[in-house]
Design a protein around this ligand. Sequence first.
Ligand SMILES: *Cc1c(COP(=O)(O)O)cnc(C)c1O
Length: 371
Amino acid sequence: MMKKPDKPVLVTRSSLPPLEEYVEMLKPIWDSAWLTNMGAYHEKFKEQLKRYLKVGSLELFVNGHMALELAIQAMELQGEVITTPFTFASTTHAIVRNGLTPVFCDINEKDYTMDVDLIEGLITEKTCAIVPVHVYGNLCDVERIQEIGDRHHLKVIYDAAHTFGEELDGEGVGAWGDASMFSFHATKVFHSIEGGAVAFKEKALERRLYQLKNFGIMDSETVEYVGANGKMNEFQAAMGLCNLRHVEEEIGKRRELAMRYRQRLEGIEGIRLCRENPRVKYNYAYMPVVFDGYKAERDEIFQALKEKNIYTRKYFYPCVNSYECYRERFRAEDTPVADRISKQVLTLPLYADLPVEIVDFVCDTILEAGE
Ligand SMILES: *Cc1c(COP(=O)(O)O)cnc(C)c1O
């Protein structure tokens, strides 16, 4: 086994373009002195993203959370929203901050996305939308969700923060549902430092989303909505444009490392990995591993790795329905699978420039802890 790395290895590391490439992009910003408010890079980035994500309509935002919150606001909803507790805080907060009531649907054991068999049982006369999450880059059962949404006249808004560039049968994931939010946060597969986007279907949303991210302003004398400030600035867009040039290569490197993890950990008793769907083109955003009946518990593995300078994350623990701020309103026991998986899962380090020796070292440490 290789010796413990000198520097801490974190679960992710932001990818950066060569510095000269970014510096080169800054000159036009200085020339025009146009720093934000839908400048030239903003427009260029939007067009390139539409092509890359294979979506018809897209609006950019300052971050993924604002994108999701304003996408939900743009739908002008009232009542209950069916969603998953096995996600990042942002998903639920975006619902609650819109004055809507989240109703938590449990997840399935297979890929940890919403258990579609449970959705209809949660629908009431107050239900207005479904907000599923393509967690870890695992696609939800988009076909069944569409069917359910159509049958009950519900909006479907995906939290697609983890599925940048993923495709189902060659089609961009953002083509599913009424809208999908992508996050370009520094820790994600693809980033614009901070940033986000909403891909959407209905043409009327274009104008509304644009206004909502700019205080609801329609023209210099008319403010039509109670909007927010959700605009992406030129420095973010420039970073996005640079990173977009390299993203395929980055995903290729992630894929190699993910395959290595798989090779080393697949088929070991008590260790569960997500199975790949051959219809999906993945981005290898995360490497989640579930310890279920393994000789060591998740927390012991977390600790053993930490002692060796490897910092994994307990994504997503705790579940949203047991957060301090939601504890009075919800119970984790109502979503038992999500509750259990959240206590068994660990996401292992995965980023483009992670040395394969570290992957082996992580696997060796996990296997050793189980001896
Ligand atoms: C990162 C993330 C978000 C929020 O994105 P930001 O760009 O950080 O605001 C929302 N949902 C999920 C599942 C995420 O992982």
